[in-house]
Design a protein around this ligand. Structure first.
Ligand code: UD1
Ligand code: CA
Length: 472
Protein backbone atom coordinates (compact mmCIF):
# COMPACT_ATOMS: atom_id res chain seq x y z
CA UNK A 1 0.00 0.00 0.00
CA UNK A 2 1.57 3.22 -1.19
CA UNK A 3 -0.52 5.44 1.04
CA UNK A 4 -2.70 4.76 4.04
CA UNK A 5 -4.36 8.09 4.74
CA UNK A 6 -5.04 11.13 2.59
CA UNK A 7 -5.87 14.46 4.21
CA UNK A 8 -7.40 17.10 1.94
CA UNK A 9 -7.38 20.64 3.33
CA UNK A 10 -10.46 22.46 2.12
CA UNK A 11 -11.63 24.68 4.98
CA UNK A 12 -10.42 27.95 3.51
CA UNK A 13 -12.79 30.87 3.11
CA UNK A 14 -12.01 31.46 -0.55
CA UNK A 15 -12.53 35.19 0.03
CA UNK A 16 -10.99 36.21 -3.28
CA UNK A 17 -13.60 34.27 -5.27
CA UNK A 18 -16.23 36.77 -4.02
CA UNK A 19 -18.80 34.02 -4.23
CA UNK A 20 -21.68 32.74 -2.14
CA UNK A 21 -20.55 29.27 -3.15
CA UNK A 22 -17.59 27.50 -1.52
CA UNK A 23 -14.40 27.95 -3.55
CA UNK A 24 -13.74 24.21 -3.84
CA UNK A 25 -17.24 23.72 -5.33
CA UNK A 26 -16.54 25.94 -8.32
CA UNK A 27 -16.00 23.77 -11.34
CA UNK A 28 -13.71 23.46 -14.32
CA UNK A 29 -13.82 20.79 -17.03
CA UNK A 30 -16.96 19.22 -15.58
CA UNK A 31 -15.78 18.67 -12.03
CA UNK A 32 -15.55 20.78 -8.91
CA UNK A 33 -12.06 21.86 -7.88
CA UNK A 34 -12.36 19.41 -4.99
CA UNK A 35 -13.69 16.75 -7.38
CA UNK A 36 -10.52 16.99 -9.48
CA UNK A 37 -8.36 16.60 -6.37
CA UNK A 38 -10.40 13.62 -5.14
CA UNK A 39 -10.25 12.02 -8.62
CA UNK A 40 -6.44 12.32 -8.57
CA UNK A 41 -6.36 10.99 -4.99
CA UNK A 42 -8.44 8.02 -6.10
CA UNK A 43 -5.57 6.90 -8.33
CA UNK A 44 -3.30 6.31 -5.32
CA UNK A 45 -5.86 3.93 -3.77
CA UNK A 46 -5.80 5.23 -0.20
CA UNK A 47 -7.49 3.30 2.60
CA UNK A 48 -8.78 6.48 4.19
CA UNK A 49 -9.63 9.95 2.90
CA UNK A 50 -10.34 12.78 5.31
CA UNK A 51 -11.41 16.20 4.06
CA UNK A 52 -11.13 19.19 6.40
CA UNK A 53 -14.12 21.45 5.74
CA UNK A 54 -14.95 24.89 7.11
CA UNK A 55 -16.46 27.61 4.96
CA UNK A 56 -19.84 26.59 3.45
CA UNK A 57 -19.59 23.39 5.44
CA UNK A 58 -23.01 21.91 4.58
CA UNK A 59 -22.78 22.26 0.82
CA UNK A 60 -19.19 20.99 0.76
CA UNK A 61 -20.11 17.97 2.90
CA UNK A 62 -23.11 17.19 0.67
CA UNK A 63 -20.88 17.38 -2.39
CA UNK A 64 -18.29 15.05 -0.85
CA UNK A 65 -21.01 12.54 0.10
CA UNK A 66 -22.09 12.54 -3.54
CA UNK A 67 -18.74 12.28 -5.31
CA UNK A 68 -16.61 10.40 -2.78
CA UNK A 69 -18.96 8.67 -0.32
CA UNK A 70 -16.18 6.76 1.44
CA UNK A 71 -14.39 9.98 2.43
CA UNK A 72 -14.90 11.32 5.94
CA UNK A 73 -14.98 14.99 6.87
CA UNK A 74 -13.69 16.98 9.82
CA UNK A 75 -15.02 20.42 10.64
CA UNK A 76 -12.56 23.25 11.27
CA UNK A 77 -14.62 25.95 12.89
CA UNK A 78 -11.95 28.68 12.85
CA UNK A 79 -9.19 28.87 10.26
CA UNK A 80 -6.12 28.34 12.43
CA UNK A 81 -3.80 27.51 9.52
CA UNK A 82 -2.80 24.44 7.52
CA UNK A 83 -1.06 22.95 10.59
CA UNK A 84 -4.19 23.39 12.68
CA UNK A 85 -6.34 21.79 9.97
CA UNK A 86 -3.97 18.81 9.85
CA UNK A 87 -4.09 18.48 13.64
CA UNK A 88 -7.88 18.28 13.46
CA UNK A 89 -7.74 15.62 10.74
CA UNK A 90 -5.35 13.49 12.80
CA UNK A 91 -7.54 14.02 15.88
CA UNK A 92 -4.72 13.06 18.23
CA UNK A 93 -4.31 9.59 16.74
CA UNK A 94 -1.19 8.14 15.17
CA UNK A 95 -1.86 7.04 11.59
CA UNK A 96 -0.16 3.95 10.25
CA UNK A 97 1.97 4.05 7.12
CA UNK A 98 2.24 6.98 4.75
CA UNK A 99 0.02 10.03 5.05
CA UNK A 100 -0.53 12.26 2.01
CA UNK A 101 -1.63 15.85 2.70
CA UNK A 102 -2.78 18.20 -0.05
CA UNK A 103 -5.08 21.15 -0.71
CA UNK A 104 -8.56 20.96 -2.21
CA UNK A 105 -8.06 23.78 -4.71
CA UNK A 106 -5.46 22.40 -7.15
CA UNK A 107 -7.50 20.92 -10.02
CA UNK A 108 -4.52 20.44 -12.35
CA UNK A 109 -2.70 17.93 -10.16
CA UNK A 110 -2.71 14.48 -11.78
CA UNK A 111 -3.01 11.09 -10.12
CA UNK A 112 0.06 10.08 -12.09
CA UNK A 113 2.17 12.76 -10.40
CA UNK A 114 0.85 11.77 -6.98
CA UNK A 115 1.74 8.12 -7.62
CA UNK A 116 5.29 9.07 -8.73
CA UNK A 117 5.68 11.38 -5.72
CA UNK A 118 4.54 8.70 -3.26
CA UNK A 119 6.78 6.09 -4.89
CA UNK A 120 9.80 8.40 -4.48
CA UNK A 121 8.82 9.11 -0.87
CA UNK A 122 8.30 5.45 0.04
CA UNK A 123 11.38 4.23 -1.85
CA UNK A 124 13.57 6.78 -0.05
CA UNK A 125 11.98 5.88 3.33
CA UNK A 126 11.81 9.59 4.14
CA UNK A 127 10.16 10.94 7.27
CA UNK A 128 8.61 13.62 5.08
CA UNK A 129 8.62 14.64 1.43
CA UNK A 130 7.43 17.85 -0.17
CA UNK A 131 6.33 18.13 -3.78
CA UNK A 132 7.99 21.23 -5.24
CA UNK A 133 8.22 23.01 -8.58
CA UNK A 134 10.14 25.83 -10.19
CA UNK A 135 7.59 28.59 -10.67
CA UNK A 136 8.34 31.53 -12.98
CA UNK A 137 6.39 33.78 -10.58
CA UNK A 138 6.82 32.35 -7.09
CA UNK A 139 5.15 35.25 -5.28
CA UNK A 140 2.65 34.18 -2.66
CA UNK A 141 4.02 30.67 -2.35
CA UNK A 142 6.17 29.15 0.37
CA UNK A 143 9.82 28.91 -0.74
CA UNK A 144 11.98 25.80 -0.54
CA UNK A 145 15.18 26.46 1.44
CA UNK A 146 18.02 24.05 0.68
CA UNK A 147 21.44 23.82 2.33
CA UNK A 148 24.87 23.92 0.66
CA UNK A 149 24.62 20.27 -0.34
CA UNK A 150 21.21 20.96 -1.91
CA UNK A 151 19.31 19.13 0.84
CA UNK A 152 15.92 20.45 1.94
CA UNK A 153 16.19 22.42 5.16
CA UNK A 154 12.82 24.03 5.68
CA UNK A 155 9.99 25.91 4.02
CA UNK A 156 9.52 29.62 4.51
CA UNK A 157 6.30 31.46 3.78
CA UNK A 158 6.48 34.54 1.57
CA UNK A 159 5.45 36.82 4.42
CA UNK A 160 8.12 35.39 6.72
CA UNK A 161 10.83 35.25 4.04
CA UNK A 162 13.93 37.45 3.84
CA UNK A 163 14.59 39.43 0.67
CA UNK A 164 17.11 36.81 -0.45
CA UNK A 165 14.69 33.97 0.20
CA UNK A 166 12.06 35.68 -1.94
CA UNK A 167 14.41 35.28 -4.91
CA UNK A 168 14.06 31.51 -4.71
CA UNK A 169 11.92 30.14 -7.53
CA UNK A 170 11.43 26.66 -6.10
CA UNK A 171 8.08 26.69 -4.34
CA UNK A 172 6.14 24.46 -1.99
CA UNK A 173 3.21 22.92 -3.89
CA UNK A 174 1.32 22.20 -0.68
CA UNK A 175 1.48 18.45 -1.35
CA UNK A 176 3.28 16.42 1.31
CA UNK A 177 3.91 12.80 2.19
CA UNK A 178 4.68 11.90 5.79
CA UNK A 179 5.53 8.90 7.84
CA UNK A 180 2.32 8.82 9.87
CA UNK A 181 3.94 8.31 13.28
CA UNK A 182 6.51 11.05 12.70
CA UNK A 183 3.85 13.48 11.50
CA UNK A 184 1.72 12.77 14.58
CA UNK A 185 4.61 13.68 16.91
CA UNK A 186 5.91 16.70 14.99
CA UNK A 187 2.48 18.28 14.41
CA UNK A 188 2.20 18.81 18.17
CA UNK A 189 5.38 20.91 18.17
CA UNK A 190 4.45 23.64 15.72
CA UNK A 191 3.75 27.14 17.03
CA UNK A 192 2.06 30.21 15.62
CA UNK A 193 5.04 32.53 15.93
CA UNK A 194 4.88 33.77 12.35
CA UNK A 195 3.56 36.70 10.36
CA UNK A 196 0.04 35.29 10.19
CA UNK A 197 -0.10 33.91 13.76
CA UNK A 198 -1.26 30.62 12.27
CA UNK A 199 -0.15 27.04 12.75
CA UNK A 200 1.79 26.22 9.57
CA UNK A 201 1.95 22.62 8.39
CA UNK A 202 5.13 23.62 6.57
CA UNK A 203 6.91 24.01 9.92
CA UNK A 204 6.69 20.23 10.42
CA UNK A 205 9.35 19.91 7.70
CA UNK A 206 11.85 22.12 9.53
CA UNK A 207 11.10 20.40 12.85
CA UNK A 208 11.72 16.92 11.44
CA UNK A 209 14.92 18.11 9.75
CA UNK A 210 16.24 19.63 12.98
CA UNK A 211 15.55 16.32 14.70
CA UNK A 212 17.84 14.61 12.20
CA UNK A 213 15.13 12.92 10.15
CA UNK A 214 15.59 12.43 6.44
CA UNK A 215 13.35 14.70 4.42
CA UNK A 216 13.08 15.21 0.68
CA UNK A 217 12.00 17.87 -1.78
CA UNK A 218 10.75 16.12 -4.88
CA UNK A 219 10.46 18.39 -7.89
CA UNK A 220 7.66 18.23 -10.41
CA UNK A 221 8.53 18.96 -14.03
CA UNK A 222 5.32 20.71 -15.01
CA UNK A 223 4.68 23.54 -12.56
CA UNK A 224 1.19 24.13 -13.96
CA UNK A 225 0.04 20.97 -12.18
CA UNK A 226 0.29 22.62 -8.80
CA UNK A 227 -1.41 25.90 -9.65
CA UNK A 228 -4.02 26.68 -7.06
CA UNK A 229 -7.26 28.55 -7.71
CA UNK A 230 -7.80 31.56 -5.47
CA UNK A 231 -9.85 33.88 -7.69
CA UNK A 232 -11.89 33.84 -10.90
CA UNK A 233 -8.90 34.78 -13.04
CA UNK A 234 -7.06 31.68 -11.85
CA UNK A 235 -10.28 29.69 -12.27
CA UNK A 236 -10.36 30.64 -15.97
CA UNK A 237 -6.63 29.99 -16.32
CA UNK A 238 -6.91 26.50 -14.91
CA UNK A 239 -9.98 25.81 -17.08
CA UNK A 240 -7.99 26.76 -20.18
CA UNK A 241 -5.00 24.65 -19.12
CA UNK A 242 -7.26 21.67 -18.44
CA UNK A 243 -9.02 22.22 -21.77
CA UNK A 244 -5.68 22.05 -23.58
CA UNK A 245 -4.58 19.00 -21.62
CA UNK A 246 -7.85 17.15 -22.29
CA UNK A 247 -7.89 18.09 -26.00
CA UNK A 248 -4.28 16.94 -26.42
CA UNK A 249 -5.16 13.66 -24.75
CA UNK A 250 -8.03 12.99 -27.19
CA UNK A 251 -6.02 14.08 -30.22
CA UNK A 252 -3.35 11.55 -29.20
CA UNK A 253 -6.18 9.01 -28.96
CA UNK A 254 -7.15 9.60 -32.59
CA UNK A 255 -9.79 12.33 -32.35
CA UNK A 256 -9.64 15.20 -34.87
CA UNK A 257 -10.22 18.53 -33.13
CA UNK A 258 -10.32 21.27 -35.75
CA UNK A 259 -9.92 24.16 -33.30
CA UNK A 260 -8.70 23.11 -29.85
CA UNK A 261 -8.96 26.62 -28.45
CA UNK A 262 -12.76 26.66 -28.85
CA UNK A 263 -13.42 23.02 -28.04
CA UNK A 264 -14.33 22.27 -24.43
CA UNK A 265 -14.43 18.63 -23.39
CA UNK A 266 -15.18 17.73 -19.78
CA UNK A 267 -12.78 15.37 -18.03
CA UNK A 268 -15.74 13.00 -17.55
CA UNK A 269 -16.57 12.69 -21.28
CA UNK A 270 -15.12 10.10 -23.62
CA UNK A 271 -14.49 9.97 -27.37
CA UNK A 272 -13.42 7.24 -29.79
CA UNK A 273 -10.98 7.21 -32.68
CA UNK A 274 -11.90 9.05 -35.86
CA UNK A 275 -14.41 11.31 -34.19
CA UNK A 276 -14.24 14.83 -35.64
CA UNK A 277 -15.07 17.84 -33.48
CA UNK A 278 -15.65 21.15 -35.27
CA UNK A 279 -15.05 24.59 -33.68
CA UNK A 280 -17.14 26.02 -30.89
CA UNK A 281 -18.30 22.71 -29.49
CA UNK A 282 -18.64 21.54 -25.90
CA UNK A 283 -18.77 17.87 -24.97
CA UNK A 284 -19.91 17.81 -21.39
CA UNK A 285 -20.78 15.56 -18.49
CA UNK A 286 -20.75 11.84 -19.13
CA UNK A 287 -21.16 12.18 -22.91
CA UNK A 288 -19.65 9.34 -24.94
CA UNK A 289 -19.02 9.62 -28.69
CA UNK A 290 -18.45 6.56 -30.85
CA UNK A 291 -16.09 6.24 -33.76
CA UNK A 292 -16.72 8.17 -36.96
CA UNK A 293 -19.16 10.61 -35.41
CA UNK A 294 -18.95 14.24 -36.47
CA UNK A 295 -19.76 16.90 -33.88
CA UNK A 296 -20.27 20.61 -34.47
CA UNK A 297 -19.58 23.32 -35.29
CA UNK A 298 -21.15 25.12 -32.32
CA UNK A 299 -22.70 22.08 -30.69
CA UNK A 300 -23.19 21.41 -26.99
CA UNK A 301 -23.73 17.84 -25.83
CA UNK A 302 -24.38 17.13 -22.15
CA UNK A 303 -24.67 13.57 -20.80
CA UNK A 304 -25.36 12.20 -24.30
CA UNK A 305 -24.58 8.92 -26.04
CA UNK A 306 -23.61 9.46 -29.68
CA UNK A 307 -23.27 6.25 -31.65
CA UNK A 308 -21.05 5.34 -34.59
CA UNK A 309 -21.05 7.63 -37.57
CA UNK A 310 -23.74 9.98 -36.28
CA UNK A 311 -23.55 13.66 -37.19
CA UNK A 312 -24.64 16.52 -34.95
CA UNK A 313 -24.47 19.94 -36.57
CA UNK A 314 -24.95 23.26 -34.75
CA UNK A 315 -27.26 21.84 -32.06
CA UNK A 316 -27.83 21.43 -28.33
CA UNK A 317 -28.60 18.05 -26.78
CA UNK A 318 -28.92 16.93 -23.18
CA UNK A 319 -29.40 13.42 -21.83
CA UNK A 320 -30.06 12.15 -25.36
CA UNK A 321 -29.12 9.00 -27.26
CA UNK A 322 -28.22 9.61 -30.92
CA UNK A 323 -28.26 6.36 -32.90
CA UNK A 324 -25.75 4.96 -35.34
CA UNK A 325 -25.63 7.06 -38.50
CA UNK A 326 -28.36 9.38 -37.19
CA UNK A 327 -28.26 13.04 -38.19
CA UNK A 328 -29.11 16.03 -36.04
CA UNK A 329 -29.32 19.71 -36.91
CA UNK A 330 -28.69 22.37 -37.77
CA UNK A 331 -30.39 24.34 -34.97
CA UNK A 332 -31.92 21.36 -33.22
CA UNK A 333 -32.72 21.20 -29.51
CA UNK A 334 -32.86 17.70 -28.05
CA UNK A 335 -33.89 17.66 -24.41
CA UNK A 336 -33.83 15.04 -21.71
CA UNK A 337 -35.04 11.56 -22.61
CA UNK A 338 -34.73 11.78 -26.38
CA UNK A 339 -33.68 8.54 -28.06
CA UNK A 340 -32.97 8.76 -31.79
CA UNK A 341 -32.78 5.34 -33.46
CA UNK A 342 -30.15 4.29 -35.95
CA UNK A 343 -30.24 6.36 -39.18
CA UNK A 344 -32.95 8.57 -37.71
CA UNK A 345 -33.07 12.30 -38.37
CA UNK A 346 -33.89 15.33 -36.24
CA UNK A 347 -33.56 18.20 -38.70
CA UNK A 348 -33.51 21.98 -38.70
CA UNK A 349 -35.47 23.83 -36.01
CA UNK A 350 -36.77 20.66 -34.40
CA UNK A 351 -37.23 20.35 -30.63
CA UNK A 352 -37.67 16.98 -28.94
CA UNK A 353 -37.97 15.73 -25.38
CA UNK A 354 -38.80 12.45 -23.69
CA UNK A 355 -39.38 10.75 -27.05
CA UNK A 356 -38.18 7.67 -28.86
CA UNK A 357 -37.73 7.89 -32.63
CA UNK A 358 -37.44 4.52 -34.42
CA UNK A 359 -34.85 3.30 -36.89
CA UNK A 360 -34.74 5.41 -40.04
CA UNK A 361 -37.59 7.67 -38.96
CA UNK A 362 -37.30 11.32 -39.85
CA UNK A 363 -38.44 14.59 -38.33
CA UNK A 364 -36.77 16.85 -40.86
CA UNK A 365 -38.13 20.38 -40.31
CA UNK A 366 -39.62 22.83 -37.82
CA UNK A 367 -41.38 20.42 -35.46
CA UNK A 368 -41.93 19.79 -31.76
CA UNK A 369 -41.94 16.19 -30.59
CA UNK A 370 -42.71 15.76 -26.89
CA UNK A 371 -43.64 12.63 -24.93
CA UNK A 372 -43.88 10.42 -28.03
CA UNK A 373 -42.97 7.00 -29.30
CA UNK A 374 -42.42 6.89 -33.05
CA UNK A 375 -41.90 3.56 -34.86
CA UNK A 376 -39.50 2.69 -37.67
CA UNK A 377 -39.42 4.19 -41.18
CA UNK A 378 -41.88 6.94 -40.34
CA UNK A 379 -41.80 10.48 -41.70
CA UNK A 380 -43.09 13.43 -39.74
CA UNK A 381 -43.99 16.29 -42.09
CA UNK A 382 -42.67 19.79 -41.65
CA UNK A 383 -44.11 21.89 -38.83
CA UNK A 384 -45.83 19.01 -37.07
CA UNK A 385 -46.56 19.61 -33.39
CA UNK A 386 -47.03 16.87 -30.85
CA UNK A 387 -49.56 18.63 -28.63
CA UNK A 388 -48.60 16.97 -25.37
CA UNK A 389 -49.77 19.48 -22.77
CA UNK A 390 -53.40 20.24 -21.99
CA UNK A 391 -52.47 23.00 -19.60
CA UNK A 392 -52.50 20.69 -16.61
CA UNK A 393 -51.02 17.31 -17.57
CA UNK A 394 -48.62 15.94 -20.17
CA UNK A 395 -49.88 13.14 -22.44
CA UNK A 396 -48.24 10.54 -24.64
CA UNK A 397 -48.48 10.06 -28.42
CA UNK A 398 -47.75 6.78 -30.19
CA UNK A 399 -46.98 6.75 -33.91
CA UNK A 400 -46.47 3.39 -35.65
CA UNK A 401 -44.08 2.15 -38.34
CA UNK A 402 -43.98 3.63 -41.87
CA UNK A 403 -46.45 6.35 -40.98
CA UNK A 404 -46.67 9.55 -43.06
CA UNK A 405 -47.69 12.51 -40.93
CA UNK A 406 -48.67 15.35 -43.27
CA UNK A 407 -47.07 18.75 -42.89
CA UNK A 408 -48.51 21.03 -40.23
CA UNK A 409 -50.36 18.28 -38.38
CA UNK A 410 -51.33 18.79 -34.73
CA UNK A 411 -51.30 15.45 -32.93
CA UNK A 412 -53.36 16.17 -29.81
CA UNK A 413 -52.27 13.70 -27.12
CA UNK A 414 -53.14 11.19 -25.82
CA UNK A 415 -53.43 9.71 -29.26
CA UNK A 416 -52.25 6.81 -31.35
CA UNK A 417 -51.51 6.62 -35.09
CA UNK A 418 -51.47 3.04 -36.43
CA UNK A 419 -48.81 1.41 -38.62
CA UNK A 420 -48.75 2.63 -42.21
CA UNK A 421 -51.34 5.37 -41.53
CA UNK A 422 -51.31 8.87 -43.03
CA UNK A 423 -52.59 12.21 -41.80
CA UNK A 424 -53.68 14.94 -44.19
CA UNK A 425 -51.56 18.10 -44.18
CA UNK A 426 -52.87 20.76 -41.85
CA UNK A 427 -54.95 18.36 -39.78
CA UNK A 428 -55.74 18.71 -36.10
CA UNK A 429 -55.84 15.05 -35.11
CA UNK A 430 -57.78 14.47 -31.90
CA UNK A 431 -58.83 10.84 -32.41
CA UNK A 432 -56.78 7.72 -32.99
CA UNK A 433 -56.03 6.89 -36.64
CA UNK A 434 -56.16 3.13 -37.32
CA UNK A 435 -53.43 1.30 -39.25
CA UNK A 436 -53.61 2.00 -42.97
CA UNK A 437 -56.16 4.84 -42.64
CA UNK A 438 -55.70 8.51 -43.45
CA UNK A 439 -56.80 10.90 -40.74
CA UNK A 440 -58.25 14.13 -42.10
CA UNK A 441 -58.98 16.71 -39.47
CA UNK A 442 -59.53 20.02 -41.22
CA UNK A 443 -62.32 22.12 -42.72
CA UNK A 444 -63.17 21.34 -46.32
CA UNK A 445 -61.91 24.05 -48.67
CA UNK A 446 -64.37 26.30 -50.54
CA UNK A 447 -63.50 28.98 -53.14
CA UNK A 448 -65.54 32.20 -53.28
CA UNK A 449 -65.34 33.09 -56.97
CA UNK A 450 -64.74 36.78 -57.80
CA UNK A 451 -64.20 37.84 -54.17
CA UNK A 452 -61.02 39.86 -54.91
CA UNK A 453 -62.61 41.73 -57.81
CA UNK A 454 -65.53 42.72 -55.58
CA UNK A 455 -63.80 43.38 -52.27
CA UNK A 456 -60.37 44.58 -53.46
CA UNK A 457 -61.34 46.36 -56.66
CA UNK A 458 -58.47 48.29 -58.23
CA UNK A 459 -55.78 46.52 -56.18
CA UNK A 460 -52.74 44.93 -57.82
CA UNK A 461 -54.27 41.56 -56.99
CA UNK A 462 -57.54 42.53 -58.70
CA UNK A 463 -55.65 43.79 -61.75
CA UNK A 464 -53.65 40.57 -61.95
CA UNK A 465 -56.85 38.54 -61.66
CA UNK A 466 -58.54 40.58 -64.43
CA UNK A 467 -55.49 40.18 -66.71
CA UNK A 468 -55.54 36.45 -66.07
CA UNK A 469 -59.27 36.28 -66.94
CA UNK A 470 -58.67 38.16 -70.24
CA UNK A 471 -55.91 35.72 -71.16
CA UNK A 472 -58.55 33.03 -70.61
C1 UD1 B 1 0.18 27.10 1.54
C2 UD1 B 1 1.58 26.79 2.08
C3 UD1 B 1 2.60 27.33 1.10
C4 UD1 B 1 2.39 26.74 -0.27
C5 UD1 B 1 0.97 26.97 -0.74
C6 UD1 B 1 0.72 26.17 -2.01
C7 UD1 B 1 1.33 26.80 4.53
C8 UD1 B 1 1.62 27.57 5.74
N1 UD1 B 1 1.72 27.39 3.38
O1 UD1 B 1 0.08 28.50 1.52
O2 UD1 B 1 3.90 27.02 1.58
O3 UD1 B 1 3.31 27.30 -1.20
O4 UD1 B 1 0.02 26.52 0.25
O5 UD1 B 1 -0.50 26.51 -2.57
O6 UD1 B 1 0.82 25.73 4.58
N2 UD1 B 1 -6.73 25.51 4.88
C9 UD1 B 1 -7.54 24.92 5.82
N3 UD1 B 1 -7.58 25.46 7.07
C10 UD1 B 1 -6.83 26.54 7.41
C11 UD1 B 1 -6.02 27.14 6.44
C12 UD1 B 1 -5.98 26.58 5.17
O7 UD1 B 1 -8.22 23.94 5.55
O8 UD1 B 1 -6.92 26.95 8.57
C13 UD1 B 1 -6.70 24.93 3.52
C14 UD1 B 1 -7.18 25.90 2.47
O9 UD1 B 1 -8.57 25.71 2.22
C15 UD1 B 1 -6.36 25.49 1.26
C16 UD1 B 1 -5.08 24.93 1.85
O10 UD1 B 1 -5.38 24.62 3.20
O11 UD1 B 1 -7.00 24.47 0.52
C17 UD1 B 1 -3.93 25.92 1.76
O12 UD1 B 1 -4.26 27.05 2.53
P1 UD1 B 1 -3.92 28.51 2.05
O13 UD1 B 1 -4.36 29.47 3.07
O14 UD1 B 1 -4.38 28.74 0.67
O15 UD1 B 1 -2.32 28.44 2.09
P2 UD1 B 1 -1.30 29.34 1.32
O16 UD1 B 1 -1.14 30.61 2.02
O17 UD1 B 1 -1.63 29.37 -0.12
CA1 CA C 1 -3.54 29.33 -1.31
Amino acid sequence: MAVETVIVLAAGDGTRMKSSQAKVLHSVAGRSLLGHVLAAVDEVNPSKICVVVGANRTSVEEHIAEISPSASTVFQEKRGGTGHATQLALAGSTPKGTVLVLAGDTPMLTGQSLVAFLDAHNDGKFAASVLTAEHPDPSGYGRIIRDDSNELLRIVEERDASDDERFIFEINSGVYAFDGAKLATAIGKITNSNAQSELYLTDVIGILKSEGESIAAIMLEDFTEILGVNDRVQLAESAALLRDRINEHWMHEGVTIIDPTTTWIDSTASLSTDVTVHPGSAILGTTTIATGAVIGPRTTLTDCVVKEGAAVLESIATDTVIGEGATVGPFTYLRSGTVLGDSAKAGAFVEMKNSTIGTGSKVPHLSYVGDATIGDGTNIGAATIFVNYDGVDKHHTTVGDHVRIGSDTMLVAPISIGDGAYTAAGSVITEDVPAGAIGVGRAKQRNVIGWVLRKRAGSKSAQAAEASEKKG
